[in-house]
Design a protein around this ligand. Structure first.
Ligand code: NAD
Length: 416
C-alpha cells in the first residue's frame, strides 16, 4: 500500500520505518525540513531508538514537507504532536493544521483513502474536530474517504520491537470499509485486532495509560508507607506480582512516571471527564501523587545536606532508559527544585543531556565521574550503566532502586 505519515517524530518515524520494512511505500511528511534532512541522510537522527538507525539504512522512505506527495495514498496516518496543559486542555494546533492540509490532498485524491489518526486526542475529537476539517475538502467521510482512530501504544526505547510485536491492534472506525483497510494493513503483524467506534478507540488509549499510571502511583503510595514502616517495598511488590490477577509489571516504586504519554493522557482524561460533569477523584489523586512523588528525592536530601551553595549531581535525565526523550521527565522537576533551593546542579545522562539543557539551561552537563564528585548524588533514571558505578563514600538518594548504590556512605531510596 502507499502509506503517508504526517509528523516525523517518535511515533511517525518509527511507524514509517516499520511500515517500509513490512513492504509498503512510505512517505514521511513534516513541517521541519531540518528534521527530514537528517532522516533522509540517515545521519544524526532526530530521536534515539534501539535499532532505528539500522532499520532506516535497510529500508527506503521518501521524506517531504510537501503534502502534495501524499496524493493517492491508501492510508494517511496523522502522527503530529498534541500536548495538554496542566488542566488537560489539549493544544491541537498541529492536528488542525495537518487536517486542513490533508483536506487539500483529499480534493485531488483519485482513489479511496483512509485517514487514520494516531495522535492522541480527547474523547470525541476525531469526530468533532478532525472529520469536519477533512470534509472542508468537499468530500464526505465514510463515502468519499475513510476515517479511523488508530491509537498508538508505542513504548519508547523499544518502539520498533513493540511496533512489530504489538500486544493488540485497536482500530477505531467511522465505518466498516475504513476499518477493513486498516485491518488489512496490519494483518502481517499477527496481533489480536479489536475493532470499535472512533470514540471507544480514543478512550481505550486514554484508559490504558490511566491504568498504568494508577498502578505506578498505587505502588508509590504503598512504597511511601513501607518506607515509614521499615518494610522493603520491592519485596512487597514481588509478593503481590506473583498473583496473576495483579501481575509484576509497573510495580517498581520510585519517583513516578513521566514521558510524553502517561501524564498527558491522564490530564486529558480528567479534563474530558469534568466536561461531562463527572469529577474523576481517583485519577486526580493518581496525578497529584505523581507530582508530589517527583520531589521526594529533594525532601530526603535536605535531611542530609544544606542545599544552598551545595553541588548536587543528577544521574539520569531521560524519562526512562533507552530514550533521549525528556518530556515530562521527573528530572526536570527535581533539577528546578534544587536550583530554587540555591544548589548548583551537575547532570549526566547517556543520551538525553542535549534535550535536557534546552528545557533547563541552568544545569551543568558533566561526566559520570564529575557528577559522582558532587556533594550528593540523585539517581533518576535506571540506566544499566548506573548499576556499575563506584558509589563508595558518596551521599546518594536513589529514585530508581539501583542496588549498587547501596554501597554509598549515606544511601536513601525514595520508597525503601
Ligand atoms: P513528536 O513531537 O516527536 O513529533 C511530532 C512531529 O509532528 C514533529 O516532528 C513536528 O514537526 C510534526 N508536525 C507538527 N505539525 C505538523 C504538521 N502540520 N504537518 C506535518 N508535521 C507536523 O511527537 P510524538 O512523540 O511522535 O507523538 C505524536 C503523537 O502521538 C502525539 O499526539 C502523542 O501524544 C502520540 N503518542 C506518542 C507516543 C510516544 O511514545 N511518543 C505514544 C503514543 C501516542
Amino acid at each position: 500500500m502507499k502509506i503517508s505519515i504526517i509528523g516525523a517524530g517518535y511515533v511517525g518515524l518509527i511507524s514509517g520505518a516499520c511500515f517500509a520494512k513490512l513492504g509498503h511505500d512510505v512517505v514521511l511528511i513534516d513541517i521541519d525540513a531540518d528534521k527530514l534532512a537528517t532522516i533522509a541522510k540517515k545521519e544524526d537522527l532526530p530521536i534515539h531508538e534501539e535499532g532505528l538507525q539500522e532499520l532506516l539504512e535497510e529500508v527506503h522512505i521518501d521524506t517531504s514537507t510537501d503534502y502534495g506527495k501524499t496524493v493517492d495514498s491508501d492510508v494517511i496516518f496523522v502522527c503530529v504532536g498534541t500536548t495538554a496543559d496542566e488542566n488537560g486542555n489539549i493544544f491541537s494546533e498541529h492536528l488542525i493544521n495537518a487536517a486542513n492540509d490533508i483536506a487539500g490532498v483529499l480534493k485531488k485524491q483519485q482513489k479511496y483513502c483512509v485517514v487514520a489518526v494516531k495522535s492522541t486526542v480527547g474523547p470525541g475529537m476525531t469526530e468533532s474536530l478532525v472529520i469536519p476539517l477533512l470534509e472542508k475538502s468537499g468530500r464526505k467521510a465514510g463515502k468519499d474517504f475513510g476515517i479511523c482512530m488508530s491509537p498508538e501504544f508505542l513504548q519508547e526505547g523499544r518502539g520498533i520491537y513493540h511496533f512489530m510485536n504489538p500486544s493488540r491492534i485497536i482500530i477505531g472506525e467511522y465505518d466498516g470499509r475504513s476499518g477493513d483497510v486498516l485491518e488489512r494493513l496490519h494483518q502481517s503483524l499477527k496481533a489480536p485486532v479489536m475493532r470499535a467506534s472512533l470514540r471507544t478507540a480514543e478512550m481505550i488509549k486514554l484508559a490504558s495509560n490511566a491504568f498504568l499510571a494508577t498502578k505506578i502511583s498505587f505502588i508509590n503510595e504503598i512504597g511511601n508507607i513501607c518506607k515509614k514502616l521499615g518494610i522493603d517495598t520491592y519485596e512487597v511488590a514481588r509478593g503481590m506480582g506473583l498473583d496473576e490477577r495483579i501481575g509484576n509489571k509497573f510495580l517498581n516504586a520510585g519517583i513516578g512516571f513521566g514521558g510524553s504519554c502517561l501524564p498527558k493522557d491522564l490530564r486529558i482524561l480528567i479534563s474530558g471527564a469534568r466536561e461531562t460533569g463527572y469529577q474523576p477523584e481517583l485519577l486526580r489523586e493518581v496525578s497529584n501523587l505523581n507530582e508530589n512523588q517527583a520531589l521526594k528525592p529533594v525532601e530526603l536530601l535536605k535531611k542530609h545536606i544544606k542545599l544552598q551553595g551545595a553541588t548536587v549531581g543528577i544521574l539520569g535525565l531521560a524519562f526512562k532508559p533507552g530514550t533521549d526523550d525528556i518530556r515530562d521527565s521527573r528530572a526536570i522537576k527535581v533539577a528546578e527544585a534544587l536550583l530554587a533551593e540555591g544548589a548548583m546542579v551537575k547532570v549526566y545522562d547517556p543520551l538525553a543531556v542535549a534535550n535536557f539543557i534546552k528545557t533547563c539551561p541552568q544545569v551543568l552537563p558533566a561526566s559520570k565521574e564529575e557528577v559522582l564528585d558532587s556533594d550528593a548524588v540523585i539517581i533518576l533514571t535506571e540506566w544499566e550503566e548506573f548499576m556499575e558505578l563506584d558509589y563508595r563514600g558518596k551521599i546518594v538518594i536513589d529514585g530508581r532502586r539501583i542496588e549498587k548504590a547501596r554501597e554509598a556512605r549515606i544511601y536513601e531510596g525514595v520508597c525503601w
